[in-house]
Design a protein around this ligand. Structure first.
Ligand code: AMP
Ligand code: ZN
Ligand code: FE
Ligand code: FE
Length: 315
């Protein structure tokens, strides 16, 4: 992967933010693999002066529901930013996609679903099954690490006991705690990324099914952090046929030229553009992440308009 498209290694992202960012449509909380709990993240968002935000936890709407129940985020104001219900499904590329020979991160495409119905039982059942697969995968990774002489059983125990939507960041943090690695990034680089000795492939929804699940719940599907999109029009065409509606253009870790190409491509194809920090909380504060995130205000407005125009969910 070229430096322009680099996702996980610094220095990346936009170097200078022309003005304070107010829109962040991609964040994670402790309800999945983020570090801050929903109330704390929302408080940090308010503190920073955000206007439109989305929590897009992996395979769960629990964080959104928690904030909604506390009366947060119905509209933007001094009480805090407007909060859009969202979810991120890390889907396994269907055979049809793999056979196109396109560039895929770990054989996956990450689908963001904006405006899904947080009370939809059918969607919840699908997400619950995803969370079950996450747990199974994590247990296999823990076992692999044990075999490799890097046990994390004690350090991972609290996460296994209390959390529902587990992910490799939990493994990485436990490895840091156990003293096996110096940082979360090192845990990925040396042990658990696709090339790592403790890598275990994901089980769960295929891309087409993930798109269906979101659409059937009244959501808008957006392809997350896929910088190769402009070079893969056939892939995008196929996904559009399956019900994709947008592209994550203003992603924090994209370089300015990547954002520019993505924005032009999205505009050309009539795709909804979204953007955000993908903040997980490792190694930086929310404010620090915002300093390298730039999502135009119009992007938030356009998404809200598209959501307002959405028909109610089917089925
Ligand atoms: P999982 O859902 O268990 O596959 O974990 C995915 C999450 O791990 C992503 O949302 C990222 O936060 C993080 N992640 C994935 N790959 C890497 C990597 N190579 N380096 C650092 N973090 C990563
Ligand atoms: Zn994550
Ligand atoms: Fe993702
Ligand atoms: Fe994410």
């Amino acid at each position: 992967m070229s430096e322009v498209q680099s996702r996980f290694h610094e220095p990346v992202g936009q170097m200078v933010t022309p003005r304070r960012n107010r829109v962040d449509l991609h964040t994670h909380t402790t309800r999945s693999d983020g570090v801050l709990d929903p109330e704390r993240l929302y408080a940090d968002m308010r503190e920073y002066g955000m206007r439109v935000v989305a929590i897009a936890d992996h395979d769960t709407l629990a964080g959104y529901r928690e904030l909604r129940a506390a009366g947060r985020g119905a509209a933007a104001g001094p009480e805090g930013p407007q909060l859009i219900p969202a979810v991120e499904i890390n889907s396994i590329a269907d055979r049809a996609l793999r056979e196109m020979g396109v560039q895929l991160e770990e054989g996956e495409l990450h689908i963001l679903g904006f405006g899904v119905d947080a009370d939809d039982e059918r969607l919840e059942a699908r997400l619950a099954s995803q969370r079950g697969s996450r747990r199974t995968r994590l247990l296999l990774i823990i076992e692999a690490l044990r075999r490799l002489g890097k046990p994390i059983d004690d350090e991972i125990a609290p996460a296994l006991e209390t959390l529902e939507a587990l992910g490799r960041p939990h493994i990485a943090r436990a490895m840091v705690e156990a003293g096996h690695v110096a940082s979360v990034q090192e845990a990925f680089d040396l042990w658990i990324d696709r090339h790592g000795p403790a890598y275990v492939p994901r089980q769960g929804l295929a891309t087409r099914d993930a798109i269906d699940a979101i659409n059937e719940s009244g959501g808008i599907c957006v392809l997350a952090h896929y910088p190769a999109a402009p070079e893969q029009p056939a892939l995008i065409e196929l996904l559009l046929g399956w019900g994709l509606r947008g592209l994550e253009v203003h992603y924090r870790r994209f370089l300015p030229e990547t954002v520019e190409r993505m924005a032009a491509f999205a505009a050309e194809r009539g795709l909804i553009a979204t953007g955000g920090s993908d903040y997980h909380g490792d190694g930086m504060s929310y404010a620090e992440a915002q300093a390298t995130t730039f999502v135009p205000n119009e992007v938030g407005e356009r998404l809200l308009e598209a959501l307002a125009a959405q028909p109610a969910r089917s089925g």
